[in-house]
Design a protein around this ligand. Structure first.
Ligand code: PMP
Ligand code: PLP
Length: 554
């Protein structure tokens, strides 16, 4: 795809690693154009005969795009809880079927999907992804390319091998996604943390870090790659707004040949829930059109940096993990043509391409839904996760007295004080804090506006065991106690790129993901209410599993 009136990416070849430069183009490449031609007998590759694949067809029943309402209910109630139990029942499914040999021209062929194919992806899938990038992200340079990968974990591993040599450093935020570090460390790529605020990486701190970097003092070259999760950051939930993105982008451009490539790992782009409003003030969201939804993702809320990337220096990673299913193992790079070509060579010798089943089913799904259907699906997801986010924060209101740090300013952090009328919280926290300390906040957090995570800061200075145990051990102990009580959360220290450092001061943290919470967590129905639902449900055999769920709750 090319925007004719946009200039191509600048030459960024000085960023390719030794390994990336050394990859050779397959000597068979010249023959690739013959792949897929009907009139040719393929004897060149080690191709198994497609008649010998044991699959005659693959079919699936899938939700229609409007399976979930696109505006969220404001106050989860007993009735929305019941509706959620019944929501899968009586659903009309759309049927997808892929045959070994398609009946109609234009349909997908299992014989092709399960055969060796191009690392860049099934051409039909390529087209659909290009449409998403073109219509939603709108890259600001001409020669961008789309290349599939098996999820952002794979995408990042490939990106860093293409950009870094052993001994190199890369920038990341001071709290970051642990797998990103684990992928880099054993290869000899060292993470350099950038201090964060509520919007993620601080541009002023980045500028100081880059302009004062002394290789002799640091014992390593200046970072040339920045890993960032710009929206609903993992683990802090922070979301970066356009102005900050531009500042960071300009800093990355600024240093001439010591410039920085931005690898944007953005799995939560479509899960932008917006500002949290306390339950009593919440009003029903107005349903919006697809166009208004997309505009809200890209203007009101943060834009993907790729749309400000006029030089082609952002390597963007998209994933279907959070919008379709993580087990699909499918995502894609959007980047300049030079990087895309090197990444394709890398895929050819590792994953080759994501599984043909996955490519086939996702392509069939998106062809069935079409672009507008997919956007409608994303609107439903946004409403679902907004409800879950709200639910999670509502629960904190129940157990803590929450006060905004800057009252009246939307999106400011909350401080949570112990509330005498919540015995559960008191039982847990009260034995840990003396009376005087109870007047100070026990927890604080910024209500997340995107993604799946709530990053809870715990006031450790007032914790009686802090001096003895230190931060890491205390986080571990709190998480173990939570787990014993039936809730698994992540201790903050695992999200530090400085895992090996013995930095033991500062507040404690735990990461909660609200994505997997549902109305049942908040709503504890009475026995009578459960019996009522059980009676309702047992009228029909179809509702047997609902009955068993209710028994479990009773
Ligand atoms: N190794 C050898 C010796 C092969 O012949 C082939 C297939 N032509 C491969 C590896 C590639 O195997 P796979 O499809 O499992 O990646
Ligand atoms: N990157 C970030 C920031 C994530 O939070 C996650 C999932 O939790 C991933 C990548 C993994 O993505 P994928 O399933 O696409 O490999």
């Amino acid at each position: 795809p090319c925007h004719k009136n946009l200039p191509d990416a600048i030459d960024l070849s000085h960023h390719l690693s030794k390994v990336a430069r050394a990859r050779e183009v397959s000597p068979l490449k010249g023959l690739q154009k013959y792949l897929g031609r009907k009139d040719i007998i393929m004897l060149a590759g080690g191709l198994p005969h497609p008649d010998l694949f044991p699959f005659e067809d693959v079919s699936a029943s899938v939700y229609p795009p409007n399976a979930f309402p696109s505006n969220n209910s404001t106050k989860p109630s007993f009735f929305s809880w019941i509706t959620s139990l019944f929501s899968h029942k009586g659903q009309t499914w759309e049927k997808l079927k892929i045959r070994r040999y398609a009946k109609e021209t234009g349909d997908l062929n299992l014989a092709q999907l399960l055969q060796y194919g191009l690392s860049s992806g099934l051409p039909d899938l390529q087209k659909l992804l290009q449409e998403i990038v073109e219509r939603i992200y709108q890259p600001a340079y001409g020669n961008w390319k789309v290349l599939i990968h098996t999820g952002n974990t794979d995408g990042w591993a490939k990106a860093i091998m293409t950009l870094c040599d052993p001994g190199d450093t890369f920038l990341t935020s001071e709290w970051t996604y642990p797998s990103a570090i684990s992928a880099a460390t054993p290869l000899g790529f060292k993470a350099v943390p950038i201090p964060m605020d509520n919007e993620g990486e601080r541009s002023d701190a980045l500028l100081v870090l880059l302009s004062t970097w002394d290789e002799n003092v640091r014992g390593a070259p200046r970072p040339r790659v920045m890993y960032t999760v710009p929206i609903g950051q993992n683990p802090t939930g922070a979301t970066m707004h356009l102005e900050r993105k531009k500042e960071i982008y300009d800093i990355c451009v600024k240093f001439g040949s010591l410039d920085v490539i931005i690898v944007e790992d953005d799995p939560y782009f479509f899960l932008q829930e917006g500002l949290y409003t306390p339950r009593q003030d919440r009003v029903m969201h107005k349903d919006v059109s697809n166009e208004a939804f997309l505009a809200s993702l890209c203007s009101e809320l943060p834009q993907p940096p790729i749309s400000i990337d006029y030089q082609g220096r952002v390597l963007r990673l998209d994933s279907f993990s959070k919008t379709i299913a993580p087990g699909s193992r499918l995502g894609w790079f959007t980047c300049n043509a030079l990087f895309a070509e090197r990444l394709e060579r890398q895929s050819e010798t590792s994953t080759q391409a994501p599984s043909g089943f996955t490519q086939g089913l996702l392509t069939a799904l998106l062809l069935n839904w079409k672009f507008d259907g997919y956007v409608r699906w994303l609107r439903g997801l946004r409403a679902q996760y907004t409800e879950r986010r709200d639910l999670c924060i509502d629960l904190f209101h129940e157990f803590f007295e929450l006060q905004e740090q800057s009252p009246g300013v939307k999106g400011t952090p909350y401080n949570g004080y112990l509330k005498s009328r919540s015995p559960e919280a008191l039982n847990y926290w009260a034995e840990k804090f003396d009376d005087e300390v109870k007047q100070r906040p026990v927890i604080s957090f910024v209500p997340p506006t995107s993604g799946m995570f709530l990053w809870l800061q715990i006031n450790f200075d007032d914790h009686p065991s802090f001096n003895r145990l230190g931060r890491r051990a205390l986080e571990n102990r709190i998480c173990t106690e939570f787990a014993e009580a039936g809730v698994l959360v992540g201790p903050g220290f695992i999200f530090s790129p400085r895992l090996s450092d013995s930095e033991e001061d500062g507040p404690g943290h735990v990461r909660l993901s609200f994505s997997n919470a549902d109305v049942r967590v908040q709503f504890r129905p009475s026995r009578e209410e459960c019996l009522f639902v059980a009676e309702l449900a047992s009228e029909s055999e179809r509702y047997q599993d609902v009955v068993s769920q209710i028994k479990f709750i009773v």
